[in-house]
Design a protein around this ligand. Structure first.
Ligand code: APR
Length: 250
């Protein structure tokens, strides 16, 4: 196990507000490939612009629908890992806990996290391409779904390249970074804005920041930033136990 930076453990124990930003690395141990890694096999001849942009959807909605159905099926068989579960447990011991994710796989909710700020949406939901209504349910066996209200085509309720993030989710994430005592950045390459700036924002406002990643890539954010290299499914549960030794095993 890593040598815990004493400042991080003390700050977690006394924190009124802990904010967490997760990326694809948190779900890697559940077998969910990152977006770019997923472009393999049948999909290796496609570019992200073909499958994750409004233009790509307009060009070939059935192709995009099929791509997201493939990903939904993969996510449906995935199981939240110990990293997801540890974050759900941390939410229950911290007075205020903000979990911000760039992932669209819904594994945080399935691990028991109750209030997840989904910056990039969720592939388990669809919305109308024309009127943006979100149906309660949809038939995933169809080649392409249509809105029951306006008849428009249904698309995944995720943020595509070139689209704006959901304003409420973004403002909640930025407020969390501004007001937290501890900020944990877990399993993200920290390159896609505006999420990439959140750890900077937290550090500038005096939070203790810990970056957990399998590589030591990514920017170091300054003198108050700690970096632990390893698997989130190992480090996050161990961090939870180090900060709250009396907690029942997750
Ligand atoms: N534990 C911790 N970190 C891990 C693990 C793991 N088991 N496996 C991989 N990582 C790290 C990688 O080293 C990498 O830095 O997770 C990071 C994943 O980076 P990306 O694949 O870029 O995913 P993410 O940071 O979530 O990307 C942000 O970009 O691809 C778009 O919209 C997509 O939401 C995504 C956004």
């Amino acid at each position: 196990m890593p040598v815990w930076p004493a400042e991080v453990i003390a700050a977690l124990r006394s924190a009124e507000h802990v904010a967490v930003l997760t990326g694809a690395g948190v779900s890697a141990e559940s077998g969910i490939p990152t977006f770019r890694d997923a472009l393999t096999g049948l999909w290796e001849n496609y570019r992200p612009e073909d499958l994750a942009t409004p233009e790509g959807f307009r060009r070939d909605p059935r192709l995009v629908w099929s791509w997201y159905r493939t990903r939904r099926l993969r996510v449906g068989t995935a199981v939240p890992n110990a990293g997801h579960r540890a974050l759900a447990a941390m939410e229950r011991v911290v007075p205020r806990f903000s979990l911000v994710t760039q992932n669209v796989d819904g594994l945080h909710e399935r691990a028991g996290s109750r209030d997840v700020i989904e910056l990039h949406g969720n592939i388990g939901r669809v919305k109308c391409f024309d009127c943006s209504r979100i149906p309660d349910r949809f038939d995933d066996t169809e080649a392409l779904g249509h809105c029951g209200f306006c008849g428009g085509m249904l698309r995944p309720d995720v943020v595509w390249f070139g689209e704006f993030l959901p304003p409420l989710a973004l403002s909640r994430a930025q407020e969390a970074a501004l007001s937290c005592d501890v900020f944990l950045s877990i399993g993200t390459s920290n390159v896609v804005e505006p999420a990439a700036s959140l750890p900077w924002t937290a550090a500038r406002h005096g939070a203790v920041v810990l970056v957990v990643n399998t590589t030591d890539e990514g920017q170091r954010f300054g003198e108050r930033i700690h970096h632990l290299t390893g698997l989130s499914g190992e480090i996050v549960p161990a961090l939870l136990r180090a900060a709250w030794p009396d907690l029942l095993p997750i």
